[in-house]
Every structure is written in C-alpha cells, then in structure tokens.
Design a protein around this ligand. Structure first.
Ligand SMILES: Cc1cc2nc3c(=O)[nH]c(=O)nc-3n(C[C@H](O)[C@H](O)[C@H](O)COP(=O)(O)O)c2cc1C
Length: 337
C-alpha cells in the first residue's frame, strides 16, 4: 500500500461536494482525495475518474455505497410521503416516489467497471464488500478501505472481507452514519472508537474520521495510532467543492447552532445542521433507505433552487464552525505538513 505524503484524507462526499477538482487538489497537495460514486451512474463515476486523472497524477480514490438491505415498511413510507405533501406544495413540487429499482445504487455494475480500470483506492460505506470483490480489487493493485462504526464491523471488514485498511467513523461525523445496519444507536466518539478498534484489529492501518477540524485534532489522532485523519465538512466550503450554495452558506450562518443525527432526509441516520425540516419531521421518518431519499429529493432540490436553507439536508459534522471558504490545498496545509 502506497500511502500519500500527508496524513490527510478528503472524505468522499456524495450528493455534490466531491468533485474531480476537489479530489485532485487534495491529492496534488499531498493528501488523499476521494471521489464519491454514491447516487451516480456508472458512466458518471467513470467520467469523474477520467477527469481526476487529467487533473493530477497522484493517487486518489472513489467510494461506493454497499447495497441497502432495509426491511422497508411501505405503509410507513407512504405515511411519511403524505405528511410531506403540504411542505412540497409550498415549494411548488410533490414528494418523489420511492423507487425500489434504484435500491442497490448500481453496485454490481460499478464494481465491474472499477475492476476494468480502478483508481488507487476504493472505499465502501454502509456495509462490507464480499471477500471476492475485495480480492479482485486487490489483484488489480487497489487499496481497499471499509468504513466502520464499531468493533464488530471492524472485525467483519478485516477478517471476513479482507480489507487493507479501515476508516473509523466516530459519531461526530457529518453526513450518513456508515453503520452496516440502519440503526439509530448513540455510536462511539472517534477517539474511543480508535482505541477499541486498535485493540481488536491491531494489524490494519486505521483512518480516523468524525468532527476533526484542526491541526491539533489531526496530531492527536495520529498520536493515538491512526495513520491518517479523514475530514469531510472541512472541505465542503472549498471553491473546488460542488456542494450547493445553500449548504456552503449555511455552514457559515450563525443562525444554525447545532447538528443532529436524523433519518428525516434519506431514511438512514445522518448528521446535519438542525434546520426546520429536520426539527419538524425527524420523529416521523421511517427507517427506509433509499426510499425516503427518493421521497424527499424533489423538496430538497426545490428548496436549494429557491435559496431556502430550512428544507434541504445540510450535512455537517460537530466541528462545522471551523469549515473555511479556502482552497482545498490550503485546508490540507492548515491540517498537516
Ligand atoms: C456532505 C457529506 C457527504 C458525505 N458523503 C459520504 C459518502 O458519499 N461516502 C462516505 O463514505 N462518507 C460520506 N460522508 C462521511 C465522511 O466520509 C466522513 O465520515 C465525515 O465527513 C467525517 O466527519 P466530518 O464531516 O466531521 O469531517 C459524507 C460527509 C459529508 C459531510
């Protein structure tokens, strides 16, 4: 495994923020940039890889969502959809239909395509890949990373799947919880998670993620035994990030004072700034991913188009206030090197 020069990983961020420009800027600066294949077609994933290769000759990675196996209650999804009708009408749209055909995010086709011509790193979230998939990627020279949120997942990812490295996601993290199941547990803070996984899986490089925002945070996690720190929210406001303007502005808006973990936007627990939609609908959202993601998509899109931060998902980790509108290379240098 060839590790980049600096111990900084720019988290894959599906839904817009991860762009070839962001990944390339981070990798060129000596960190490890990641593309995010989640929600994208195979062709779009491949185009991102090709474009990133034009922008940098340093290693970078891409990230896949492992397929969801939620035991969805369609009646609960329908009740949630109905609840959102007035909200949608106010925005001049309608709730989307849950579309079960999109349930697996084209996982198999993405794996097949990546095996043809993979980037240096491939990481997985929401579950651990089959050992055959990991072996096939490794035979193509790929370093395989699996994101985990507890010791049991760490053991499965390393012993059953054979991952080369683990990304440990603490409960402070912005965006979706990477848990293998759709559970709303309290989760472990990143420092505790690192200590627990180091003891249980001493033979794998561990990347620490969740609420890390400063040079001191990074140095502390390295001191505790991590090989690198993975940061997401810290890169959302960068000019190279493709996050929408409402999301970027909200991260700097003093009216937002807290983050919370919610299923309100996608049906899977994710941490974001507490806005009106989160506060009003959180308690009613079923554990149904990606069904709820599809139901809320038109509302989120209309709200972003209208510049309204009260409705869209504003993913943010607990240290969001540190996120700066600065070039990605500068963010990398401010954290390490
Ligand atoms: C906007 C956003 C989108 C994210 N999308 C993904 C993703 O597609 N795949 C993934 O593995 N992690 C994703 N994450 C989680 C990150 O990998 C990482 O765990 C998290 O950003 C770390 O916490 P921090 O945001 O406090 O730095 C996302 C995070 C954010 C903020």
């Amino acid at each position: 495994m060839t590790w980049p020069e600096l111990p900084i990983v720019q988290a894959p961020m599906a839904g817009g923020p991860s762009t070839p420009e962001l990944a390339a800027a981070v990798s060129t600066a000596g960190g490890l940039g990641f593309l995010a294949a989640g929600y994208k077609t195979v062709a779009a994933m491949r185009a991102d890889i090709a474009r990133t290769r034009e922008l940098t000759d340093r290693p970078f990675g891409t990230n896949l969502f492992t397929p969801s196996h939620d035991d969805v209650d369609p009646a609960a999804v329908e009740r949630y959809r109905t609840r959102l009708v007035p909200e949608a009408e106010r925005l001049g749209t309608a709730p989307g239909d849950p579309s079960p055909s999109a349930r697996d995010d084209d996982y198999d086709a993405k794996i097949a395509d990546l095996l043809g011509d993979p980037p240096a790193f491939v990481s997985f979230t929401f579950g651990t890949p089959h050992a055959d998939v990991v072996r096939a990627l490794q035979e193509r020279g790929v370093t395989v990373v699996v994101t985990v949120t507890n010791v049991d997942e760490a053991l499965r990812a390393s012993h059953e799947s054979g991952a080369d490295a683990l990304c440990l996601q603490g409960f402070e993290a912005g965006g979706h919880r990477a848990s293998f199941t759709n559970t709303l547990d309290d989760g472990l803070p990143v420092r505790g998670l690192l200590a627990a996984v180091r003891a249980a899986v001493p033979d794998r490089p561990l990347i620490a993620a969740g609420g890390l925002a400063t040079r001191a945070d990074v140095a502390e996690l390295l001191e505790l035994g991590a090989v690198a720190a993975q940061l997401g929210t810290a890169f959302v406001r960068c000019p190279e990030s493709g996050a929408n303007a409402v999301h970027k502005a909200a991260l700097a808006d003093p009216r937002f004072t807290a983050t919370a973990v919610t299923r309100a936007f996608s049906g899977r627990p994710a941490r974001g700034l507490v806005n009106r939609f989160l506060a009003e609908h959180d308690a009613h959202a079923p554990a149904a991913y990606p069904d709820v993601h599809h139901v809320t998509a038109p509302l989120r899109k209309a709200a972003v188009a209208a510049g309204d931060p009260d409705v869209p998902n504003l993913w943010a980790g607990t240290s969001w206030r540190h996120a700066a509108d600065a070039p990605a290379a500068e963010v990398v240098r401010s954290l390490a090197g």
